[in-house]
Design a protein around this ligand. Structure first.
Ligand code: PLP
Length: 225
């Protein structure tokens, strides 16, 4: 717990400084603690230290930990299989990984049956690497336009993952491009689409991500390992 407190203090100071370099305040940035590698008890300790937002990349794990810590906000950040949609819609505070039309339809259908609307981020594959999930930038405009057909979806922004690289500067062009895409597409004003959030940056590169405009960073190992 003491160790986590020390790490959290350092991460928060880094977030404050990076936010300052991009003309914002630390409180404008949401720290999402990615708890996939820890047990539920650890998330309660983190919550007691003031962390309110957690991220999980597996539906079953999200539900298990949410049952343990229902007062927190649970973000779904992993690749989502269509057959798991029923278990995550209504449970996740936000889904960061909308990456295809079939998934959007499935989320919409489930949300309609529950009578709710679901905040989602559209995942973009900036680097174009095959093994990364997400829409490529060229597909994005058409995809966002089509969201008008899905009344229960609320697109709230964009998400990306950079390649793993020990040098955080290697991620900068990816984050910058997502930021520019957001700025360009936000002017087009599609129904059900409000490009407010940029979810980008992990333990390695969250400071660079914030400098480039991220307002949600997903941090796992720097906090928990
Ligand atoms: C695991 C994971 C993270 C956190 O990664 P760290 O390098 O441990 O900070 C962030 N985003 C996604 C989508 C992840 O799967």
């Amino acid at each position: 717990m003491e160790k986590m407190q020390t790490r959290l203090t350092e991460i928060k100071a880094n977030i404050d400084r990076a936010a300052g370099r991009s003309g914002r305040r630390g409180r404008d940035i949401t720290l999402i603690a990615v708890s996939k590698m820890v047990e539920p008890e650890i998330t309660r300790q983190a919550y007691q230290l003031g962390i309110t937002d957690f991220g999980e990349n597996r539906v079953q794990e999200l539900n298990r930990k949410k049952a343990f810590l229902p007062e927190a906000r649970w973000h779904f950040i992993g690749r989502l299989q269509t057959n798991k949609v029923k278990d995550v819609v209504g449970e996740a505070y936000m889904i960061h990984s909308l990456d295809r039309w079939g998934l959007a339809e499935a989320i919409n259908k489930r949300a309609l049956s529950l009578g709710i609307r679901v905040p989602v981020l559209v995942q973009v594959n900036i680097s174009g690497a095959d093994r990364k999930t997400g829409l490529v930038p060229a597909e994005l405009e058409e995809f966002l336009r089509s969201m008008g057909q899905l009344a229960a979806l609320q697109v709230r922004g964009l998400m990306t993952m950079a390649e793993e690289d020990p040098d955080p500067e290697a991620s900068r062009p990816v984050f910058r491009e997502l930021s520019l895409l957001r700025a360009r597409l936000a002017e087009l004003e599609f129904p059900n689409v409000e490009l407010h959030h940029l979810s980008m940056g992990m333990s390695q590169d969250y400071q660079v991500a914030i400098e480039e405009g991220a307002d949600m960073v997903r941090i796992g190992s720097a906090l928990f390992s």
